[in-house]
Ligand binder design. Structure first.
Ligand SMILES: Nc1ncnc2c1ncn2[C@@H]1O[C@H](COP(=O)(O)OP(=O)(O)OP(=O)(O)O)[C@@H](O)[C@H]1O
Length: 684
């Protein structure tokens, strides 16, 4: 299977993914295929159409680059390519004679859109009005009632169907929108929905296969691709991937819109690992038949009705969560095995959250916001390992990458700190609103969801406030953590550096990343004592070089001149170097540069509360000098030789991507020179 087809994760391959079979493109659709079985490449004036990014039930998505090197995703409808108004246009197959991209800067959207012929026939528009999923008028929306305490007031905006924009703003459509074709009007309306975790759609452009939709490129691929490549995901990765999606849904619901097709294929990742919800309203934009936009089997709420019901999106999100955790589509309630049977370590709150989300009883379903909060509170968030799923050309730009097995339950000092603080907050909560001690294996104070043994919806409602309080605190802190883990994945610096000395025996972290400088080919870096007793910022470069050497030679004894004995840095480094050595791996060509090291002043340190909490800063022995050096650690790309499989059948690609991270190095000098005690990522 070629690289391109390997990434062909279509929605129709969900069942295949569930069965462990390689994904395959859908067999329906009328798109022409070339000799590789790949769909015919569209031609677009001023754009270079690159590799196939993926195929959905009704569309095909291509990587495109404009003449200034900006990259986008171009989605064309399967059915419009042979029938679309611009199909086969010879003019589109030749370069723009002006030599300029007809697109112009992306921000300047709209200019070209007017040139796109409407693909929505009156007949189709008529059918859409009769779409059983069409929203009702605001007044018809059923009054929300749920044990998940839905907000009393429903969104004020008019509802839309699962694939449509909000009710038109008359000033735009009747006034400013006059003269625009329908796709352009719909695009304009869709573009009003802006959220950090909604894929941005730029414009509709003519292609040789009909109108195409130009959107941001999500180079990290889809959740479907990830699960297909790796199998079920660890819980912390599911938290990282889906909490932002729940937030995006909450935003849409608040604006009076439903998404209507939340599926693993519509959850994408940027190269940084940021999850994005895609496909809002795009089927209609591209003129797909309503039938083609009727959702994806396995993720459609069986009780879906014509009414505006955000619960249908929550159902789909719960189904996606189930899929991510198990690698299978959940199936109907009576045929679904308990999640606990498939994922024995699933925390009870998460299990109940998913069960409630999938419940046919709509009152049991949480809101999207409650889903986000409970999911976030149910487990630590962990970095999403996209490495096995992305196209090889994406590897060098991935920030989320790891070379070793992901810990299922990362326990950094920071995370423990969060737990401690949450406990402290809980102690302040009156006992009557407190949580019982451990129940179902949950740590004290974990929010519980309705449906738990012995829980009535009423008792659940009573506990709602407590859940809100504990979860809110976690939400605030973990939201920051989420951003951090996304950024530092693979460098092993923050998680490793924040580990307590007691984690020294924990060899589960085999991350070879580092903050040293040098490469495996460099000669041994002698410890320069004169340098190391001087300015800590200068010393850091030397320490980093020595540390890199320890990694390059897989010799843990070299670390004694680098890290403070018993410190988090030593624990993490020793575990990593030993893991490298025992698995016969090495990091060829790794170089790590320390850039712009600056010693932080007392005032700068005081301004960072996370530093004050670290024993490395406050609890140093009296005779030990402490310095905090802020610097950028830049890793080159490197080749990991002798890589071990991440999981059965999946090998770590040998090339690891370059990246850099802004960090704070906490250095100690106890009289014999500076050494590294801890490494902390800078707060976002
Ligand atoms: N913006 C993008 N960047 C990168 N890859 C994308 C992008 N959009 C889609 N893809 C890839 O293409 C696949 C198919 O996308 P598409 O939106 O067509 O899927 P779908 O929603 O399953 O199907 P459809 O919308 O046709 O019913 C995705 O699963 C993803 O792998």
């Amino acid at each position: 299977m070629s690289d391109v087809t390997r990434k062909d994760h279509s929605s129709t391959s969900i069942e295949a993914a569930a069965a462990g079979a390689p994904p395959s493109g859908p067999s329906d659709g009328v798109m022409n295929r070339n000799h590789d079985g790949e769909p015919e490449r569209p031609l677009v004036a001023g754009l270079i159409v690159g590799r196939l990014l993926g195929q959905g039930g009704s569309s095909v998505v291509w990587h495109v680059t404009d003449d200034v090197g900006q990259r986008f995703a171009l989605k064309v409808s399967r059915t419009s390519n042979v029938t679309g108004p611009t199909s086969g246009s010879a003019a589109l197959s030749v370069p723009d004679p002006s030599g300029r991209s007809p697109l112009g800067p992306v921000a300047d959207s709209g200019a070209l859109n007017a040139a796109v012929p409407s693909v929505l026939s009156p007949g189709r528009r008529g059918r859409r009005a009769a779409d059983p999923r069409a929203g009702t008028a605001a007044g018809e929306r059923p009054a929300p009632s749920s044990s998940w305490s839905r907000p009393a007031s429903a969104p004020a905006a008019s509802p839309v169907n699962g694939h449509g924009p909000p009710a038109p703003d008359r000033s735009d459509v009747a006034g400013g929108g006059a003269g625009l074709d329908e796709p352009t009007r719909e695009l304009r309306l869709l573009q009003r929905f802006t959220h950090e975790h909604l894929l941005r759609v730029h414009r509709i452009i003519p292609t040789s296969q009909g109108p195409g939709m130009l959107a941001d490129l999500a180079a990290g691929g889809s959740l479907l691709g990830l699960v297909t490549s790796r199998g079920p995901l660890p819980i912390p990765e599911v938290v990282t991937a889906l909490v932002p999606i729940a937030h995006a849904l909450h935003y849409l619901h608040g604006a009076g819109a439903l998404h209507g097709d939340v599926t693993p294929g519509n959850i994408l990742f940027t190269h940084e690992g940021k999850p994005l919800l895609s496909d809002l309203g795009t089927s209609r934009l591209l003129g797909a038949d309503d039938g083609a936009a009727a959702g994806t089997p396995g993720f459609i709420d069986p009780g879906r009705s014509r009414a505006f019901d955000a619960g249908t999106d929550v159902f789909a999100l719960a189904a996606v969560s189930w899929f991510a955790l198990t690698g299978r589509v959940p199936g109907p309630t009576d045929q679904r095995p308990p999640l606990l049977l498939i994922v024995p370590d699933v925390p009870a709150p998460l299990m109940h959250l998913i069960e409630d989300g999938l419940s046919p009883d709509r009152d049991r379903r949480p809101t999207a916001e409650q889903f986000a909060r409970t999911l976030l509170a149910s487990s630590a968030a962990g970095p999403v390992n996209l490495v096995p799923a992305v196209h090889s050309s994406v590897l060098p730009e991935l920030l989320t990458r790891r070379a070793g097995p992901l810990p299922t339950e990362p326990r950094s000092r920071w995370q423990r700190m969060i737990r401690t603080r949450t406990k402290e907050r809980r102690r302040a909560v009156p006992p009557s609103r407190g949580r019982p001690d451990r129940a179902g294996g949950l740590p004290r104070g974990f929010p519980r969801c309705n449906g738990a043994a012995g829980d009535s919806p009423t008792s659940e409602r009573r506990r709602g406030d407590t859940r809100d309080e504990t979860a809110r605190g976690r939400l605030a802190v973990l939201a920051g953590l989420l951003a951090v883990v996304l950024l530092v994945t693979g460098l092993a610096l923050t998680l490793g550096g924040l580990r307590e000395p007691s984690a020294a025996s924990d060899t589960s972290s085999a991350d070879p990343g580092g903050y040293g400088s040098g490469s495996s080919d460099e000669p041994s870096v002698p410890r320069d004592d004169a340098l190391l007793t001087g300015d800590p910022a200068t010393a850091l470069a030397s320490l980093a070089a020595a540390r890199a050497r320890a990694f390059a030679t897989a010799d843990p004894t070299l670390l004694t001149t680098v890290d403070v004995e018993g410190s988090p840095a030593m624990s993490a480094d020793r575990a990593a170097v030993q893991a490298l050595s025992s698995s016969g791996r090495s990091l060829r060509d790794l170089t790590i540069a320390i850039r712009e090291p600056t010693v932080m002043t007392e005032a700068e340190r005081a301004a960072l509360p996370s530093l004050a909490d670290l024993p490395a800063v406050d609890d140093a022995p009296p005779t030990t000098e402490v310095s905090v050096v802020r610097a950028t650690a830049a890793l080159s790309s490197y080749t990991e030789t002798g890589a071990v499989p991440l999981s059965e059948g999946v090998s770590v690609p040998p090339l690891m991507a370059a990246g850099q991270q802004d960090l704070m190095f906490i250095l100690w000098n106890s009289g014999d020179g500076w050494r590294i005690h801890s490494v902390v990522s800078l707060p976002a």
